[in-house]
Design a protein around this ligand. Structure first.
Ligand SMILES: [Zn+2]
Length: 248
């Protein structure tokens, strides 16, 4: 019997059989794990509320037969009340955990990814930060973490410093007029990507979505999809800008 105690983010849950659910977790020290929650769909289930998507939890798990763990204890690390009070924040969170779930790394621990996604949840839970650019920022940070940070300070083909007029996710960054491929990029969007990747993210997220935000979201999504080679549904369905908050 293998026991596992760790902190974790719940990426998603899905139904299993009549009354069970499986929760897919990204743990700090053990990578992605699947937790089989017996009877979690019954209203009396004690663990039910704690293993929802986007929960940030402490878990005490025991490995069962096969690939599943069962939960002995689950507790919220953070309640994330502000995150859960707004569709915009929830959708931004889904657009992030979907990408984490797409990382092909069962049983491979990556604490850096855990730190990134946990920070996203805390950011989305803070009213000081606008959620609109959180997924795009996360995609760029994740690419950087994977050693695939896009080049945005020169032409990725000929190294010229500028002007830079296009962005090509397959080529790995920005391009000059002579080398251009991919989609065109405005000066505002270029500046915004440089701020996000260059340490200015917190300031960016404190603003109303700046000029070029829509472009940057599309570029980030192209880049992360090119990286993983798949189409991301939740990320694509995220409303482009500032969806209305819901009361609570
Ligand atoms: Zn060039």
């Amino acid at each position: 019997m293998r026991e596992l105690r760790d902190d974790a983010v719940v990426l998603r849950t899905y139904k299993s059989g009549e009354s069970d659910r499986v929760a897919v977790l990204w743990t700090r020290h053990h990578g992605k794990v699947r937790v089989l929650a017996k009877g979690i769909r019954k209203s009396t289930s004690r663990l039910g509320g704690n293993l929802e998507a986007l929960a940030y939890v402490d878990v005490d798990l025991v490995k069962t037969r096969g690939d599943f763990y069962i939960a002995r204890h689950v507790a919220h690390r953070e309640r994330l009340v502000t995150l859960r009070s707004s569709y915009g924040r929830i959708n931004a969170g889904y657009a992030v955990v979907e990408v984490v779930d797409a990382i092909p790394s069962e049983d491979v621990a990556d604490e850096g990814i855990f730190e990134l996604v946990a920070r996203v949840l805390l950011t989305l839970d803070d009213e000081a930060f606008n959620p609109a650019l959180v997924p795009a920022s996360f995609y760029f940070k994740l690419l950087a973490h994977d050693g695939s940070e896009p080049v945005v300070d020169r032409c990725v083909n000929c190294e010229r410093a500028g002007p830079l007029v296009a962005f090509d996710a397959q080529a790995g960054g920005t391009l000059c007029p002579d080398c251009r491929s991919g989609t065109s990029i405005s000066p505002e969007a270029l500046l915004l990507v440089r701020r996000i990747l260059g340490g200015g993210l917190a300031a960016v997220l404190r603003e109303e979505p700046p000029a070029g935000s829509g472009e940057v979201m599309a570029l980030a999504l192209d880049a992360i999809e090119a990286h993983f080679g798949r189409h991301l549904r939740a990320a694509r369905s995220t409303p482009p800008l500032a969806p209305p908050s819901v009361g609570r």
